[in-house]
Design a protein around this ligand. Sequence first.
Ligand SMILES: [Zn+2]
Length: 103
Amino acid sequence: MTEAEKNQRRYALAISGGVCEVCGKPLTDGQPQGAHRIGNTKANREKYGAFVIDHPLNIGYTCSLRCNAALDISKNPGEVMRLCKKIYQREALRYEGEIKKTT
Ligand SMILES: [Zn+2]
């Protein structure tokens, strides 16, 4: 395992509480993997932008390929909209200080 992979695994364990988001198995065994909620496809990148696709909130942590697939919400427009809203709301918080400065 490379240093980058070790770091990715540590990060995954930290933010997931150490368990697979789908089945709840500990991420310490098997092959923990980052799973895109809105699928990492060319069509989705064109539609939503790399900003959404690569955003940490669009990535969940799962124990296996099977659980990885279960996290995909690409075919559920309501879920996709809610996630996009969450991502934009989260990012908008970064600019709150700037808004206050100018008012
Ligand atoms: Zn799992």
